[in-house]
Design a binder for this molecule. Structure first.
Ligand SMILES: C[S@@+](CC[C@H](N)C(=O)[O-])C[C@H]1O[C@@H](n2cnc3c(N)ncnc32)[C@H](O)[C@@H]1O
Length: 494
């Protein structure tokens, strides 16, 4: 199916689309992508979407028909369940839905781990993507606890046997994945900058305005600034992320969701205006180049979880990977390392300190990045576990975390921690490298397996880099200490 029907539908509902500037191509491994049809300068408006063409719980008529107080009673105003129900309902309306042509264009299958077999999920063992992050159980709970009761309460709206077809659990998961990979956080217009709307297409005021505020960059999770996994949003628990992102601002934005993204490649962005949203180029783009939005440059584990793809670009240190990759280290690995090395004051004392740490900073894990540095929080946490009892009492009274100061003991603990973390994967770095190189053309790893190997390898690259940095540091510390000893011996002797 070409894109013409979508463009016609878009225009007939008030959207403006510059087909002299932008077209769509099917791009290998990426689905559809937007491409520049001629050289474009920065600030070019590619298309404009009226706000009422976005699909959200504000624009869909279901909440009104259902009754706003009932909507709240069934808890459809928290998390994503309300929007998911709206999307299922719109699809059930067939051609009488304003969005029927749009919905027909949305993907019906995903490469995200949400839909993987158990054996494919095994491949992710050790990575930052545990089952809790995939969020399948949270979605199913919501479906049972919010959606089914709401469906049953209104046979006039949803039919007598609603859990079949349009309102099935499978369709619910599908809508969740469409939101996860394609939605935007479209905040209400706050009344600022009224003239904006009347200015021409190359209007820099609106761009300036949006530089300070988050532009309507795709995907609520990417814009939240916090790890908004699907699960907490779906089950609507009042986590911090929910406070930041009003779930009713989450919207499907036709046309804007046709743009792909790649690490630091953004050359177009969605900007908010009073009555519509505009996709504007943020750089000059040459004929034939892809037009990229940004998804917030997340690590490959997050890209895979939300969108079903990974970024592989040339790295400064050689090879291919995602420079935004990270690796999580759970605090319990650190506690176990300290005790294995016989450095903890006592098991009871460690437990006490860990509880205090959690109260003080609520972090039960640490994040390593591509710079291979030990995070300050990790150093501070190790120091906390190593402190003599008298000092521990002092900092506890002061309610201040230990300073992130490195010494040999801390380096030894860090080495143990990194080795333990590396051992959590079922394959080695070298095995993964081999899998990718052998596989690249001939031996045919499945897409899911290949993606898993890329995620694992990215994390292991960081762990290896951090380990060799820490080992070097410890070696040079020990050799310079030995040097000092040697010198003072010489002095004594002579
Ligand atoms: C917002 S949609 C973009 C439009 C999409 N390509 C389509 O055909 O509908 C996001 C999806 O596009 C694909 N995608 C985006 N950027 C990609 C990239 N750099 N590499 C591979 N796939 C990508 C992923 O499947 C992702 O879930």
């Amino acid at each position: 199916m070409g894109m013409d029907p979508l463009i016609s539908w878009f225009r007939s509902h008030g959207g403006a689309f510059d087909d002299s500037a932008m077209g769509f191509s099917s791009i290998k491994g990426q689905g559809w992508g937007a491409v520049a049809l001629r050289d474009l300068s920065e600030g070019h408006v590619l298309f404009t979407i009226p706000r009422d063409l976005t699909l959200s719980t504000h624009t869909c008529t279901l909440p009104e028909l259902f009754g706003h107080s009932e909507w709240q009673k069934y808890n459809l105003h928290t998390g994503w369940a309300g929007l998911m129900l709206c999307m299922m309902w719109e699809e059930a309306q067939g051609s009488s839905s304003k969005w029927s042509e749009y919905l027909a264009f949305l993907p019906t299958a995903f490469d995200t781990p949400m839909f993987w077999s158990e054996s494919d999920l095994e491949e992710l063992k050790g990575t930052s993507m545990g089952a809790d992050k995939i969020g399948r159980d949270g979605a199913e709970n919501d479906y049972r606890e919010k959606v089914i009761p709401a469906l049953r309460s209104r046979p006039d709206l949803f039919g007598a046997d609603p859990s079949t077809r349009f309102y099935s659990l499978a369709n619910y998961h599908l809508m969740g994945s469409r939101i996860l990979s394609r939605s935007f956080l479209v905040e209400k217009w706050d009344g600022k900058d009224e003239e904006d709307d009347t200015e021409g297409p190359d209007n820099t005021t609106s761009m300036d305005m949006d530089v300070d505020e988050p532009p309507a960059v795709s995907i609520p999770a990417a814009e939240g600034g916090t790890e908004t996994e699907e699960e907490p949003l779906l089950d609507g628990k009042d986590s911090d992320s929910d406070d930041e992102n009003d779930p009713t601002d989450i919207a499907m934005v036709p046309m804007a969701d046709m743009l792909n993204a790649r690490y630091e490649s953004e050359n177009a962005k969605l900007f908010y205006e009073q009555r519509d949203l505009r996709m504007v180029t943020t750089k000059a783009i040459s004929t034939g180049e892809q037009i990229w939005n940004t998804y917030g440059d997340p690590p490959n584990s997050d890209l895979l979880r939300r969108y079903g793809h990974v970024d592989l670009i040339p790295l400064a240190e050689g090879g291919l990977g995602n420079p935004a990759d990270i690796v999580d280290i759970r605090a319990d690995i650190v506690v176990n390392s300290v005790s294995e090395l016989g450095l903890s004051q006592s098991p009871q004392s460690s437990a006490e300190r860990v509880d205090w740490w959690l109260e003080e900073c609520d972090d039960d894990g640490f994040v390593l990045e591509m710079n291979y540095e030990l995070p300050n929080e990790l150093i501070s946490f190790v120091r906390l576990l190593l402190l003599p009892v008298s000092e521990w009492s002092k900092i506890r009274v002061k309610s201040r975390l230990p300073k992130a100061k490195i010494d040999d003991k801390i380096l030894s603990v860090a080495i143990n921690v990194l080795k333990r973390r590396i051992a959590e994967y079922s394959t080695t770095y070298e095995e993964d490298e081999r899998l990718l190189s052998e596989n690249s053309v001939a031996s045919g790893l499945s897409t899911n397996k290949r993606h898993s190997v890329i995620v694992r390898l990215g994390e292991k690259r960081i762990l290896r880099g951090a380990l060799s940095k820490v080992q070097e540091r410890l070696e040079s510390a020990t050799s310079s200490a030995a040097g000092v000893k040697e010198q003072s011996k010489k002095k004594e002797n002579g």
